[in-house]
Design a protein around this ligand. Structure first.
Ligand code: ATP
Ligand code: MG
Length: 426
């Protein structure tokens, strides 16, 4: 494909950037569009994955058929099968009438399964079946229904890891990943961050009939050094904020730009550290930092629970190999558990008995002595209220928009939905 043809597609869909891998991704999407092969789009959050199923649909013979985007992470686990595949009247409490699912509605078109890595395992079985046979069953029915749907899926999860951890079926992964489109993060796109900044600033200025904000050379360098954890989404938000709040500033200096970059990220840019002293951080930025710390902590606790469940279900596991960051069996875990009796943590080699939610018994092989060890200490209640507060604030900040709040909190929409219920925040 010629560079002009690729540029035309990018213009049509509003994709900005000149990075080679981005161009290649556009080309692959265009080339596979005319087939019925499943496509899996991967890349970090905010890299622009949602453009690609649209390109594929628009350049396919299905373009006059339906295009159905489904955010798998946003549907509560209990209803996801019925949403995707429909249900029969009376198949569960509340199923007062029959209902068509997305796979039935998308017949003749394309279905975009966003955040596909969030699908429960039982739904994954149903999905594999429809991909392999073109048939599915409504919930509560044993009559197969035929559908002709092209599936494009996307995820920001590491799917190989999900397969390894047993949260995603390997056969389904290979089936979805027939064609793979991997999008580079913004920090890997060379000068694109500066280019995107200029384009977004121009778009903003055109929309509101103002002058576009401009960066000094220093600020451009800072922009290119930053690691952009939220990728293009984060960059666009920053351009919008600067365009509004700094509209009287002819030139945006590095110091001004720093006010819009989360303060916890400054340490990733050594040359920027002085900005902190010069008042370059705000309460809002600190709060964001606290959220991310809290949710990292929560992830570790969840992983810890997962690890313990696994240990208990297996009966005998070497504790020396547990990594709490990932939930993998890697690093020692005795420094994360707090012994309720005695001052030092025993040398733990085997976990022996049952877990009651907060406590488990372990065998100290040293003297074959069984002791009670608190896995999560009595600060659980305090933790709950901190978490509840963080969720409430995030929801407030985003005008109750769950999707945006979940993004900020770095949790899936389904987890947020569950937490909202659990804490009665509705
Ligand atoms: N290359 C780009 N040009 C213009 N806008 C972009 C580009 N990439 C992303 N965006 C914009 O950034 C925002 C985030 O993109 P998108 O929703 O596609 O992210 P994503 O990869 O699906 O992330 P997530 O995994 O968090 O869902 C959107 O508003 C999108 O329009
Ligand atoms: Mg997305």
């Amino acid at each position: 494909m010629s560079p002009e043809e690729i540029q035309n597609i990018k213009n049509r869909f509003g994709i900005i950037g000149n990075d080679d891998r981005l161009n290649r991704a556009v080309e692959v999407a265009y080339k596979v569009a005319s087939t019925d092969l499943s496509v899996l789009v991967t890349g970090e959050s905010g890299v622009g994955k949602e453009f690609f199923p649209k390109i594929i649909h628009q350049f396919s013979d299905r373009k006059h058929g339906p295009y159905i985007p489904v955010n798998c992470g946003a549907i509560p686990e209990g209803t996801v099968d019925s949403e995707l595949f429909g249900h029969e009247k009376g198949s569960f409490t509340g199923a007062v009438s029959e209902r068509k699912g997305f796979f039935e509605v998308a017949d003749g078109g394309t279905i975009f399964l966003d955040e596909v890595g969030e699908l429960p395992l039982t739904t994954q079985v149903r999905l594999l079946r429809v991909l392999e046979t073109g048939e599915f069953l409504r919930v509560g029915s044993s009559k197969p229904i035929k559908t002709n749907v092209r599936v494009v899926a996307a995820t920001n999860l590491n799917m190989e890891k999900a397969v390894k951890n047993g949260t995603f079926r390997e056969d389904l992964y290979y089936r979805l990943n027939t064609i793979s489109i991997q999008l580079p993060s913004l920090r890997e796109r060379g000068e694109d961050a500066a280019f995107l900044f200029r384009k977004f600033a121009l778009n903003f200025a055109e929309k509101y009939s103002t002058k576009p904000v401009r960066l000094t050379d220093d600020a451009v360098r800072t922009l290119l050094q930053y690691h952009w954890p939220g990728n293009v989404r984060q960059l666009r938000n920053i351009v919008d904020q600067i365009s509004i709040l700094e509209k009287d500033n002819k030139q945006i200096t590095r110091e001004t730009l720093l006010n819009y970059i989360p303060v916890e990220d400054h340490h990733n840019m050594p040359v920027l550290s002085t900005a902190q002293e010069s008042g370059g951080h705000s309460y809002a930025q600190e709060r964001e930092f606290l959220y991310s710390v809290l949710f990292d902590l929560q992830k570790q606790v969840t992983n810890l629970k997962h690890v313990i469940n696994e240990i208990v279900s297996k009966g005998h596991v070497k504790i020396d190999d547990v990594n709490l960051e990932t939930g993998d069996m890697k690093e020692p875990f005795d420094n994360m558990i707090h012994q309720s009796s005695g001052s030092s943590v025993p040398v733990v080699h085997d976990i022996h008995s049952d877990v009651d939610g907060t406590k488990t018994s372990i065998i100290d092989k040293g003297d074959s002595n069984i002791q009670d060890v608190e896995v999560i200490d009595d600060s659980a209640l305090r933790w709950d209220s901190l978490q509840k507060d963080a969720i409430r604030r995030a929801l407030e900040k985003h005008g109750n928009q769950r999707r945006a709040a979940a993004k900020e909190l770095n949790i899936s929409e389904r987890t947020l939905y569950r937490k909202i219920k659990e804490y009665g925040l509705e």
